[in-house]
Design a protein around this ligand. Structure first.
Ligand code: G3P
Ligand code: CA
Length: 234
């Protein structure tokens, strides 16, 4: 799985339609994005807890209404060429890429209703075959599993241990997502033996990208998916 991390985020502003469109143009069929809840209960796509870094606004995502968030410019910070890009709703992303990409949806926000709201959207859009739920937060994954056991889910972890593997299996997770710097042949074999798909995150550069492939991992999120596609051709 060549997964465009926040879209093709080396080349376009992360978590915008421009970044997702570019990934699709590159030939990618997996996209990763991050979700939060707005003040008025909508699920929106951006990474940080605040809008400061990636928009012309400021303050926590959760203190903005959907109307306030979608009025912000989410492209100019990256490059003037992307002026006018907006924070997308998860619903808009599902509508735009249905049938065209698998959406690795990371529950980033911390609100108790976010997992439920996210899986409800997956169902409403008939996207169950096209979405994997991920999170660093075990509690959010547990909620997603409880509300929608039909959806595959993956746990993003900094370090892998036997305890983590046991908890992943107990939660019925399909994937374990280790940090790329820790991915080795031995780790991949250990996780495969436990019945888990191995999907890395945090790929810093092309050398690390190649090491993850060579270790036998099943996939990775990467900011420069064009280079991973090119490498896999060789
Ligand atoms: O692939 C998961 C990766 O996105 C986790 O890190 O900070 O980019 O959400 P982050
Ligand atoms: Ca993410």
């Amino acid at each position: 799985m060549v997964i465009a991390h926040r879209g093709a985020s080396s080349y376009a502003p992360e978590n915008t339609l421009a970044a997702f469109d570019l990934a699709i143009e590159m030939g990618v069929s997996h996209i990763e994005l991050d979700v939060h809840t707005t003040r008025d209960g909508h699920v929106v796509v951006l990474h940080d807890d605040t809008v400061d870094r990636t928009t012309n606004g400021s303050g926590p995502v959760t203190s903005h209404s959907l109307a306030e968030l979608t009025a912000l410019d989410a492209g100019t910070w990256f490059d003037q060429r992307f002026a006018g890009q907006r924070i997308p709703t998860l619903a808009a992303v599902f509508e735009r890429y249905k049938g065209r990409a698998h959406i690795h949806t990371e529950i980033k926000g911390h609100s108790l209703d976010l997992s439920r709201a996210t899986v409800d959207l997956v169902r409403r859009h008939g996207m169950a075959e096209q979405v994997t739920i991920t999170s660093f937060q075990k509690a959010r994954l547990g909620e997603a599993r409880a509300h929608a056991p039909e959806l595959p889910a993956g746990w993003l972890v900094a370090e892998v241990s036997e305890a983590i593997i046991a908890q992943a299996r107990a939660l019925g997770l399909r994937q374990l997502c280790p940090r790329a710097s820790g991915v080795t042949v031995e780790l991949v074999q250990r996780l495969h033996a436990a019945g888990l798909v191995v999907r890395a995150w945090g790929v810093a550069d092309e050398e690390q990208m190649r090491r993850v492939v060579q270790a036998g991992a099943d996939g990775m999120t990467v900011n420069f998916p064009d280079r991973l596609l090119e490498y896999l051709k060789t």
